[in-house]
Write a protein that binds this ligand. Sequence first.
Ligand SMILES: *Cc1c(COP(=O)(O)O)cnc(C)c1O
Length: 361
Amino acid sequence: MARVYNFSAGPAVLPEEVLQEAAAEMMDYQGSGQSVMEMSHRSKVYDNIIKEAEADLRDLLEIPDNYKVLFLQGGASQFFAEVPMNLMKNKKAAYIITGQWAKKAYKEALIYGEAVAVASSEDKTFSYIPDCSDLDIPEDADYVYICENNTIYGTKFKTLPNTKGHLLVSDVSSCFLSEPMDITKYGVVYGGVQKNIGPAGVVIAIIREDLITDDVLPGTPTMLKWKTQADADSLYNTPPCYNIYICGKVFKWIKKMGGLSAMKEHNEKKAKILYDFLDESKMFKGTVVKEDRSLMNVPFVTGDKELDAKFVAEAEKAGFVNLKGHRSVGGMRASIYNAMPVEGVEKLVEFMKKFEKENTK
Ligand SMILES: *Cc1c(COP(=O)(O)O)cnc(C)c1O
C-alpha cells in the first residue's frame, strides 16, 4: 500500500486508523449485517452512531448545554445564506473581510440585507488580519461575521474581534478541532468538515439555543431554517449518514490522541518545523505576516513562477501531493491538518532543502 503525504486544503488527509476501521466495518457494521451506507437513518443502530458523534464532539469542545449541535448539508457555502436568513432580524450585519470565503459570505448576505464590511485586508492580498479591537460596528447590526482561519491565504484570528456586545458568527471550516476554543464567546460556530474532520458533505453548526427560532426571513426554505433541523435533531430528512459516521470516528481518534490541547501541541510542532524553515530559506518564503500565521494552511512562494511549478511537479513525484497554491494566489500551499503526521512535515522540509540546494547556482 503506497500512501502519499497529502497536503490538500480540502478534501484532505484523514487519520489512517479511521480509514482502516471504516474498511473493516464496511461489510458488516458491528454485527448488523449491513454497511453504515445501507442502513436506515431511523434505525436504532444509526441513532447510536449520530448520538455518540454529537456526545464526543460536545466532550472535545466542551460545548455548553445551551448550544445545539447540528449536522447539516449544503457545505459551508450554503451556510453563507443560512446565517442572514436565520439571524438578520434588523436586516443588518457587520462582516470582516479576511479572504475569499469571508468575501463570499459577505456577498451572500447582501442578497438578504445590509451587510457592512467593517474591516478588510484585501489591500495586501489578505496577507494579514486587520486590527479588530475598535471597529465601527453599526449599533443595530444583528451579528459580526468572521472567517476564523483563512484557508486560501493562511491567516488566522489569534484574538477574536471586539464585537462591542454583538453576536459573533464564525466560519471555522479549516481550523475546526485543531485547538481548544471557547464556544461561549460565539453565537454561531460552523464549518464544512472536509478540511479537518471528515469526508465532504457535512457541515457542523454549533448554535446558541436562543438564536434558533421561527423568526427567520420570509421565504427561508424549511430545510434552511435552523429550527427545523434542531427540532428534529438533524434528522428532519435523510442526513449524510456515512459521512457523519466517519466524523464520529475522527472525534474518537482526537480523544485518543489526548483531545484538543494535545492536538494544538501536535499542530504547533508541525507548523514550527515548516515556518522555521521558511524563515531561514533563501529560496522559499512564507506569504503572510508572522503574527497572523495559520497553524493549518501554510502558503509559500519562491518568487519565480517557473520554479514554483518545477517544485510542485518534483514534490508530487516524491510523494508530496496537492502542494499547488490556490489559483488566486499561486505558489504553493501546504495544508497540515490534524491528520498530517509530524513525519510528513519533516520529510517535506527535507525535500525542500534538497530542492533548494539543487536549484541554487
Ligand atoms: C472550504 C471552505 C469553505 C467552503 O466550503 P464548501 O463546503 O465547499 O462550501 C468555506 N469557508 C472556509 C473557511 C473554507 O475553508
